[in-house]
Design a protein around this ligand. Sequence first.
Ligand code: ADP
Length: 331
Amino acid sequence: RCSMSQNKIKRIGVFTSGGDAPGMNAAIRAVVRTASYYQKEVFGIMRGYEGMIEGDIVKLGARSVGNIIQRGGTILKTARCQEFRTPEGRKKAFENLQREGIDALVGIGGDGSFTGLHYLTKEFNIPGVCIPGTIDNDLAGTDYTIGYDTATNTAVEAIDRIRDTALSHNRLFFIEVMGRNSGYIAINSGIAGGAAAIIIPEENMTFEELMNHLTEGEGTSKKSNLVVVAEGSKIGDANELARRVAERSSYFDIKVTILGHLQRGGAPSYFDRVLASKMGVAAVEGLLAGQTDVMVGIRNNKMVFNSFETIINHIHEIDNESLRIAKILSI
Ligand code: ADP
């Protein structure tokens, strides 16, 4: 069908690893179908590097990934695996790949998963391409990661519901969203949900500034106040912030909601399905064109390949414009 089918790669292994994210299934589907399109065989490696070390590997084909594009989670399951961090663990994994005749890999996961794949490609000279799957959108080299859009939509829906109850009682709500090192979900769900304040790890808002902002709202008789707090807040998590505000002011009736794992589940948004589909095709076509030790990304709506060195230990910064508009709109 294409000259790429002449490439020496015969059998591609695909796996999901690290934290799960909605849209991983759409990425698996795209990888499997693209491989089939180019007449390559595809095997699914179960539970990420754990399954690679245990040899838990299943044959897949274009038909085995039907009816999964709309499903959250990952049909290949995912795991964290300490043993893969050791050279011995990676050797075991590589031996299993060899036994199955797998001569190229596509991994779907975050920076940890990419680091693992980087070592494997270097140590055993097996080509590997990574697809960024993580709800946090915390990877450099790509404007978006798979799962981030869905998770943010889920957070916005939850914020809307909390607003209804907050309005009914004049309550101040602290809503904690995911993002241990990254404020992406918080800043954008906060803007979309009309938050009074947004606390993210990247910004140095002090507790006093937050307090001043909330009590300004008191003066202008704001009827509800929603504060969106990223997990990785440097001035305390949602519970701690609520406690400290309560100590200082009896004006507010304060509640806390921690959204937690519900942000990881659910059907992927159209955006994540399309992103995953594009990235899956790019990963396989990249492998067949000789790419290795790279992560697929989308920059300005174009697919790109980023080398390990340009991704790891680089941060995906929140743009200042988002911070600026969040401030203007929360007066
Ligand atoms: P994510 O891929 O979502 O960032 P983790 O950081 O948990 O998730 O990484 C997933 C897996 O990748 C780890 O459980 C481990 O098996 C592998 N991994 C992570 N870092 C390394 C490393 N430095 N060396 C080898 N393998 C690693």
